[in-house]
Design a protein around this ligand. Structure first.
Ligand code: ARG
Length: 276
């Protein structure tokens, strides 16, 4: 009888172990694929852009692309970058087209409904308003934008800034930063709002554009984070956060920033083709 009971116990144990094993398998969330697909919007140098590589083909570059590469390397995966206009990035992430989004994206309240965010990997210069150099004297305070047309990228926190902080301004949402800059240069809008480093690089590369003094009233920058689909269905966040912690410890951002800067003469902001 004793023997029978211990046999029964042993069988039960094996059965429950098997059940655990099965459950663990069912719950297995981490992505099996060898590739980490990163969605971005390559209209935002120095964070993401394209340039012609030595072999003549177009390559993705920028601070965020280096961050994506670092994360992929530390997970032992190949990085694949896909370009899309910023407002399509989170819907595509939700659909499962990407594993992650890195696009100078802030962990903004509304976005938390469709995405989860990693720990911050970078805090930019404060947001800024770009105006034509010839008009700069008229934009000393935010109140000076009342009645003016101010463009910002669709679906970004910079559009919220135009709506919430530039009282009386007409907000002009545009899908691409490249179009915003063209409209400003051609006098179709009076100002545009972008993140700090992006404003700085446009002001440096375009003599007609300057950062308006009123920008200092906009407040501090919010940190950028890596987005995964809500609930992290592929179980990627722990590895992403571990990679970010290591990246910060190793002070990698500095070298990513200089690598992006070194491509200044060849970088191009590229219009993505959105899914139809
Ligand atoms: N930081 C802003 C946001 O989170 C704008 C980011 C735009 N990024 C881009 N790659 N165009 O809304």
């Amino acid at each position: 009888m004793k023997k029978f009971v211990s046999l029964l116990l042993a069988l039960l144990m094996i059965a429950s172990l098997a059940a655990c094993g099965k459950k663990a398998n069912d719950d297995k969330k981490s992505s099996d694929s060898k590739t980490l697909v990163m969605g971005t919007s390559a209209d935002y140098a120095p964070f993401e852009f394209m340039y012609k590589g030595e072999d003549g083909t177009m390559q993705y570059g920028g601070i965020d692309v280096s961050v994506g590469q670092y994360i992929a390397d530390s997970m032992g995966k190949e990085l694949k970058v896909e370009n899309m206009s910023f407002d399509y990035l989170l819907p595509s992430l939700v659909k499962g087209d990407f594993d992650i989004v890195i696009a100078a994206m802030e962990a903004d309240g509304d976005r938390l409904k469709s995405a989860d965010f990693s720990d911050p990997y970078y805090t930019d210069l404060p947001p800024a308003i770009l105006v034509k150099a010839s008009d700069a004297a008229s934009y000393k305070t935010l109140a000076d934008f009342a009645g003016k047309s101010v463009a910002a990228q669709t679906g970004t926190t910079k559009l919220d800034i135009v709506n919430d902080q530039l009282t009386g301004a007409n907000a002009v949402p545009l899908a691409l930063v490249t179009d915003m800059v063209n409209e400003l240069v051609n006098g179709k809008v009076d100002a545009i709002v972008v993140d700090g480093a992006v404003a700085k690089q446009y002001a440096e590369t375009n003599k007609d554009l300057v950062i308006a003094d009123a920008s200092s009233e906009l407040g501090a920058a919010q940190p950028y984070c890596v987005a995964v689909a809500k609930g992290d269905p592929k179980g990627l966040l722990p590895a992403i956060n571990a990679a970010i912690a290591k990246m910060n410890e190793e002070n990698k951002l500095e070298s990513f920033i200089s690598a992006a800067d070194a491509l200044k003469d060849v970088w191009q902001e590229v219009t993505p083709e959105n899914p139809s």
